[in-house]
Write a protein that binds this ligand. Structure first.
Ligand SMILES: [Zn+2]
Length: 258
């Protein structure tokens, strides 16, 4: 969850760009004729998200997805606030129980040996993800959730765990159609840089994931001021962009495909 992680996200996304192509999906539109959906993510269950990101979203009537790690101190110490966040129409998403990532990658010194994906099995991860969904359902009452794989890693020692859990979800970030999806993970970026990324996307892009971590604190930080300016831009451009929870976006995608 350092700067290198963001680079890894981009690298992963660039590679997956070449793995699939679905022109049918790219031709379809979102509700109310919007051509582009924007999913705002806040990963890792951080104090700065409750303190700074959530009020900024609520002031502007924007809905977002918060990918929860139940192991996080900010989760266990502030359960009632996460529950309220879901009641306000935001999404509690699955980010696994313990945030296991591969340790055998550059910049991954922070991965604890007890929590390295390299040493886990597919079945262990299926169990972990299943329990994390139960935690979310006990808080928000929903049976349908979405998943962001921690660090966007997929492989464990005996296979691909994301493939094994994907049927539990209405959507998995990083498994979208790469021909029509873009992703940015801001860290120490200005609102102008994020907006530039969005505006330079080619016409085939119809889903943009903006994946925040800390807002005004914690790690991979976006300042409160730049975050607010970016949200103001989204509000000012609501005719262009459909901003909603990833669950709602993925449910709309599924009804598109019927
Ligand atoms: Zn994470």
């Amino acid at each position: 969850m350092r700067v290198t992680t963001v680079f890894t996200h981009f690298l992963f996304f660039s590679i997956t760009m070449y793995l699939a192509y679905h022109p049918l999906v790219a031709a379809q539109q979102w509700p109310e004729g919007h051509k582009i959906a924007i999913s705002l993510s806040y990963d890792d269950a951080l104090n700065s998200q409750l303190d700074n990101a959530l009020p900024a979203l609520n002031q502007r009537g924007l809905k977002a997805s918060f990918y929860i790690v139940p192991l996080s101190d900010a989760f266990k110490n502030r359960i009632e606030e996460w529950r309220q966040l879901a009641k306000q129409g935001h999404e509690l998403g699955n980010h696994s129980l313990f945030h296991a990532c591969l340790s055998a990658k550059p910049g991954r010194e922070w991965v604890q040996a007890s929590n390295a994906l390299d040493d886990k099995t597919v079945q262990a991860m299926v169990n972990e993800i299943t329990v994390a969904n139960t935690v979310l359902t006990s808080l928000d009452g929903y049976s349908e959730h979405t998943f962001t794989p921690p660090c966007f890693d997929q492989m464990v020692k005996d296979g691909n765990y994301v493939e094994a859990v994907k049927e539990q979800f209405v959507g998995v970030k990083s498994l979208e159609d790469p021909n029509s999806t873009a992703l940015i993970g801001p860290s120490d970026m200005s609102s102008a840089q994020i907006i530039n990324f969005i505006e330079k996307q080619p016409p085939n892009i119809r889903l943009i994931n903006v994946l925040f971590h800390g807002v005004g604190g914690d790690h991979l930080v976006t300042t409160t001021e730049e975050h607010a300016k970016f949200l103001d831009y989204l509000v000012a451009n609501q005719d262009k962009y459909w901003v909603d929870t990833y669950r709602n976006i993925m449910l709309a995608e599924k009804s598109n495909l019927k």
